[in-house]
Ligand binder design. Sequence first.
Ligand SMILES: C[S@@+](CC[C@H](N)C(=O)[O-])C[C@H]1O[C@@H](n2cnc3c(N)ncnc32)[C@H](O)[C@@H]1O
Length: 209
Amino acid sequence: MHKEVFQLFSKKEGAQHIASEYALMAIEKIVKQNNIHSVFEFGIGIGTIPYLLSTLNKRITYYGTEENEFCNSVLAENLGQSIESINYNAISSYLNFNGENKFDFIIIDGLFDDANFLKKIAHDNTLIFVEGDRENQREFLRKTFPKCLINRSISLNKNSKHSPYYDVSSNHFVGGYTLFRLNPNFRNKTSWFLEKIATSLKYKLRMII
Ligand SMILES: C[S@@+](CC[C@H](N)C(=O)[O-])C[C@H]1O[C@@H](n2cnc3c(N)ncnc32)[C@H](O)[C@@H]1O
């Protein structure tokens, strides 16, 4: 579904800031393949990710933060009735979150650097996804969870003509993401190892394509 969701949201106002198709593909795969029933997203934007989650046919509790007036004004329309298939909660700031919930999957796609809050909402098996480059936040996560397994993932595709980012980066590779696995168990270590190899091969391939 990630392709259809990307195409749908690419045509909407505010699309220049939505998650890349590659990131949406990874989010779909991660949610389907792992025991994920709760998601916290920093930076809902125009709603691409909760919409994608609502198509996955899984029981999911979703919390997202969004402070921008324009984004908040279009969310209800962009999400429509689809959102009724997940337990959707939007708040203007993480400071307004007063639940005791811990989340299986945390997506960072907005400004955020509060280590105590992150530790409060993460559990031992949480997966944390950082969309795009966000070098400062990657460094912040590395320091906050020093034992976690980290995979940077990159795409070999370039932005297409239909991409909302085409004008500014037409000859650039599609944005990647970084996945932080908090539990260094055997299963996670195996995935970490395989993904490390895939990324290093992709860096080499990028030099010849
Ligand atoms: C890159 S966009 C998110 C795109 C969105 N995930 C999508 O795929 O449609 C980042 C969003 O985070 C919001 N944001 C940034 N910092 C924030 C903060 N501290 N609290 C709440 N929202 C924030 C911005 O208003 C912006 O809409």
